[in-house]
Design a binder for this molecule. Structure first.
Ligand SMILES: Nc1ncnc2c1ncn2[C@@H]1O[C@H](COP(=O)(O)OP(=O)(O)OP(=O)(O)O)[C@@H](O)[C@H]1O
Ligand SMILES: NCC(=O)N[C@@H]1O[C@H](COP(=O)([O-])[O-])[C@@H](O)[C@H]1O
Ligand SMILES: [Mg+2]
Length: 396
């Protein structure tokens, strides 16, 4: 039977988030709604989830010893990875010693690294993916590009939100792509993946929850990415019955292989002839922030329920919804987000300001969320709301 004591008491149940960005912040809020004691961890102070958690720590999560020391000190009931920059080998050890890693330490390790998840999906499970090669040096990259063909996409094996990713269109681009990957990866690794460029009609995230109630799918979320990072998303995304069935088959196959309890964001490309598996996050997905206005249970509430071993009898889409991001385009610690009142003049619209302490070029700072009677209307509203938001920078 699931019971929970008061936070900070001897019968408290503790959740530790490894990564404390905007997604973790919402996970912490949902966990606290069920009485969980929350601990937020990240590489810098003032991270969004730290601002709402009971306690927080600043450590280098890629440092195995530092990670172990903190986990042994806090002894959390659930360790919840939130970002793609964690020493997951250590999580595998800790899980062996009895700690619970969400969804599992192996799932976290495999998805932290594009090679692990791609080989599992394509080679072990036989799922359709873009053709790919790996390379450890510029020379190997040149050979890999020749084999895959142009255009192709080059990414560091450990990165997210498009960091270090670029499209290689001609042979002359290869060196620049290599440099971009070396500078943009989250971990100091030199390995890259080269992927065939897929000309898809649209791309989706299929949020898939594994819980005591079995596997539950949310309605598909369509999205648009720029430079490898998401700009807008909407739910539901129109799909043919055959496409939806194939998308769910792929999502079930990959999430069953990863195992454990939690929510997963399965990224798929929809091409005229085929649905391609791209990658999967074993945690809430940025494009899934739309569920905060479109569903009865957001992706964050679903993740927490699944983690705690609580039932999920169903997920209801309440209304079509959309999200549109606000990004910063300068580096600053002296800034303020404006236009919130103007954005909130729009009907059925909400804003989430993440509270990140510093802006960086391309950094996501806030998101506008709108609901409406149709997806098109919701997208228009969210876009308009985001365009009314601004990052105002202080004098340099
Ligand atoms: N092989 C490909 N062909 C065509 N487009 C691609 C390919 N790989 C990636 N993209 C585009 O770049 C986007 C980001 O790629 P990917 O999801 O691999 O990066 P990421 O850094 O893991 O991003 P995130 O952390 O936001 O999921 C995709 O959503 C898609 O729009
Ligand atoms: N696509 C993955 C993603 O959106 N992850 C989210 O971004 C944060 C990092 O933001 P930052 O780079 O601005 O610190 C992560 O902590 C997570 O919440
Ligand atoms: Mg992605």
């Amino acid at each position: 039977m699931f019971t929970i004591g008061a936070p900070d008491s001897s019968r408290a149940r503790k959740m530790m988030l490894l990564g404390s960005g905007e997604l973790g912040k919402e996970v912490v809020i949902e966990a606290q709604r069920l009485g969980v004691e929350t601990i937020a961890v990240d590489r810098y102070p003032g991270a969004p989830a730290m601002q709402v958690a009971h306690r927080h720590y600043v450590i280098d999560m890629l440092d195995r010893a530092a990670l172990r020391e903190l986990i042994e000190r806090e002894r959390p009931d659930w360790i919840v990875p939130e970002i793609e920059a964690i020493a997951t080998e250590e999580l595998v050890e800790l899980e062996r010693e009895g700690y619970r890693v969400i969804p599992t330490a192996t799932a976290s390790r495999l998805t932290m690294d594009r090679e692990g998840i791609r080989r599992l999906a394509a080679e072990t499970l036989g799922l359709p993916t873009a053709a790919y090669r790996f390379a450890d040096s510029l020379d190997e990259l040149k050979r890999a590009v020749a084999e895959i063909g142009l255009p192709c996409v080059i990414k560091p094996i450990m990165s997210s939100s498009g960091k270090g990713q670029s499209v290689c269109r001609t042979e002359d681009d290869i060196e620049a792509c290599w440099r971009t990957a070396m500078e943009g990866g989250r971990a100091k690794k030199t390995r890259v993946i080269v992927e065939q460029f897929i000309r898809f009609d649209s791309e989706i995230t299929l949020l898939t929850v594994r819980s005591v109630s079995g596997t539950t799918f949310c309605e598909p979320i369509g999205h648009i990415q720029k430079d490898g990072d998401y700009i807008e998303s909407w739910q539901p995304h129109p799909m043919s019955p055959a496409q939806l069935e194939e998308a769910r088959r792929i999502a079930r196959t990959i999430t069953d292989a990863l195992g454990g309890y939690g929510l997963f964001g399965v990224e798929l490309f929809l091409a005229p002839d085929r649905v391609y598996f791209s990658e999967v996050s074993p945690r809430p997905h940025d494009t899934g922030m739309v569920t905060m206005v479109s569903q009865d249970l957001s992706e964050f509430a679903l993740h927490v329920r699944a983690i705690l071993g609580l039932p999920i009898p169903g997920v209801r889409l309440l209304r079509p919804g959309a999200s549109h991001t606000l990004k910063a385009w300068e580096e600053s610690r002296d800034f303020a987000i404006g236009g919130i009142a103007a954005a909130l003049e729009l009907p059925d619209t909400q804003v989430r300001v993440f509270g990140k302490p510093e802006t960086k070029v391309g950094r996501r700072m806030a998101v506008a969320l709108s609901a409406a009677d149709t997806v098109d209307e919701a997208r228009e509203r969210a876009k308009e709301a985001a365009s009314r938001l601004r990052v105002n920078y202080g004098k340099a």
